[in-house]
Write a protein that binds this ligand. Structure first.
Ligand code: PRP
Length: 201
């Protein structure tokens, strides 16, 4: 049996569709149970926070996981990237009320984000001083309430930015979901992993 960590939230439905599409019969538990098996009992699935998928895989709690490139880039987890699943497309961007919010030649730009490492790296590369303000959600509120000049966040449909009067100032990278593997499992369970990989390719 192989254990696969699945991300809660925006990627879950698309992931389940892929599994069902290749004949793996799964049903997400309606209760608070955080793991389940497919009908054939060949796969065990863990339901975890999207940000934690790669951590569960890296520390061998799961053999495989489905995780956004955005999260992988932020956590830099030590896992093998096996396949780009092409689902969960989004963009990592800098957004703000107007492009001038980055024109801080003499002082530090305040950046609100869930993606602290990505934001640090981006502004370092631009040679700008940035004070990173870590938030866990509703990031778009930060520039509106004046606690940050801009945000670094993912944009999917663009609705959240639009409805909060913000727009994209810079694109950082594009993200889709990746199938990742634990480095030891990749060798010890190679047959089962390859089998799963061939199924969903
Ligand atoms: C994410 C992201 C944006 C929003 C973008 O938040 O942080 O707020 O989705 O999606 P859109 O472009 O389709 O509007 P999420 O839904 O994960 O909620 P959160 O703010 O609680 O983190």
């Amino acid at each position: 049996m192989i254990t696969i960590a699945l991300p809660k939230g925006r990627l879950m439905d698309e992931t389940i569709d892929i599994l069902k599409g290749v004949g793996i019969e799964v049903e997400i538990p309606s209760s608070r149970r955080l793991f389940f098996f497919d009908k054939s009992n060949r796969y065990r699935f863990l339901i975890v926070r999207a940000q934690d998928v790669a951590t569960y895989v890296e520390y061998s709690a799961a053999d495989l996981g489905i995780v956004g490139k955005d999260v992988l880039e932020e956590t830099k987890s030590d896992v093998f990237e096996l396949l780009d699943l092409g689902i969960g497309y989004c963009k990592m961007v800098v957004a703000g009320k107007e492009p001038e919010c980055l024109n801080k030649k003499t002082s530090t730009v305040k950046v609100a984000t869930k993606f602290v490492n990505i934001a640090k790296k981006h502004f370092l590369k631009k040679g700008m001083n940035a004070e990173i303000i870590k938030l866990y959600g509703s990031i778009e509120l930060a520039p509106l309430l004046g606690i940050a000049d801009c945000i670094v966040d993912i944009v999917s449909t663009g609705t959240t930015l639009k409805e909060n009067g913000l727009s994209v100032i810079e694109n950082i990278f594009e993200s889709t979901a990746i199938l990742v593997s634990n480095k030891i499992s990749y060798y010890t369970k190679n047959v089962q992993i390859k089998e799963f990989l061939n199924l969903i390719k």
